[in-house]
Design a protein around this ligand. Sequence first.
Ligand SMILES: [Zn+2]
Length: 431
Amino acid sequence: MALLIKNGRVLDPTTGLDDYIDVLVEDGKIRALSKGIEPAAQTGEAGITVIDATGLLILPGLIDMHTHLREPGHEYKETIKTGSQAGAAGGFTSLVCMANTNPPNDTASVTEYILEKARKDACINIFPVGALTKGLQGESLTEIGDLKEAGVVALSDDGYSVKNASVMRRGLEYARNFALPVICHCEDRDLSAHGVIHEGVTSAYLGLRGIPSIAEDILVARDIALSEWTRHPVHIAHVSTAGSVRIIREAKSRGIFITAETAPHYFTLTEEAVSTFDTSTKVNPPLRSAKDVEAIKEGLRDGTIDVIASDHAPHSSLEKDVEYDDAAFGIIGLETSLPLTLSLVAQNILSLKQAAEKLTCNPARVLNINKGSLTIGSDADITIVDLNAEYAVDINTFKSKSKNSPFHRWRLKGRARYTIVSGKIAFQAAS
Ligand SMILES: [Zn+2]
């Protein structure tokens, strides 16, 4: 089966390609990139599907390197199937799912279960992350070699930080032996204990307990120091504070090989969003001050922050339709990450190429996976974007099982028109 995408603007940051050309896909791979490819000349026995991409942008398939799919264990919030459908609708061709399932992904058998389920149920690629410590308890390391063999692409105790610096050090040393990147959730749990929102003006005004930004900064500094010590790269997850941005920038300027991500809510919303007491604004790390948001944007602009990831964290009404204090932390993001990222292009903070890098080749590079490029011979994972589509976000139309988005009814611009995985259309927007 062949696929021909005609008349679109093709942007591939890995090669610098940015031109109006046609893309021919055969047997799940990119076969040709050039002007004026004619379907007639290509029609084999199996026929050819032609997509007219006039006015549309063609990108390497988007990669979300921070997703919570909730399977196994919390299938009422999200499954591998519904999460993959939400990802496809958001333009993602690959999702990287965190280990804090139930049971956690801390053994090869759980990794194999996730990959088997993904083969059966998922419409896009699923790459699991293995736990760094058993049960995400931060005490003893998992069997990292077994996890790697089973197919994990990174290690992380995301949801928790590894409290014991000695365990973290050993974890990095073992991860280095297996060439697996370590993704760090940076939170000092003594400093953040009992907090529900950012510690600042809004927490004082609303009388809610605060999580100080230093709770993040301290662990970012520690994990970077351990990364330098062990000579193994770490990737800092969901950066939310000006302090983290400054520490990461300084470390990178000294040539330490680290990478970092933020999530769209950290460059879109401030702590003020909490004043409605809408529990869909409750997230960990919390929405920060306007100064932090400005620092995140600057960090994205100057390359301190390499990746934009959704940190898609589905919760049902059971966990969210409760008092703010009692609500679970988490925001879903698979179906809003692309337009919120594109809003940075509209604000002249990122170029379109930079925005594309942070959603495609940069996460691929961090994870060392063979994705995120449109070069000839590569997997035909392609996202076709309508940059001009304007619409109101409606959580009731989401493919995700959960609805905990603070962007309900927001007017956004830009959406995936087609999501193509290995040459097959995984998602097609109504029009
Ligand atoms: Zn986390």
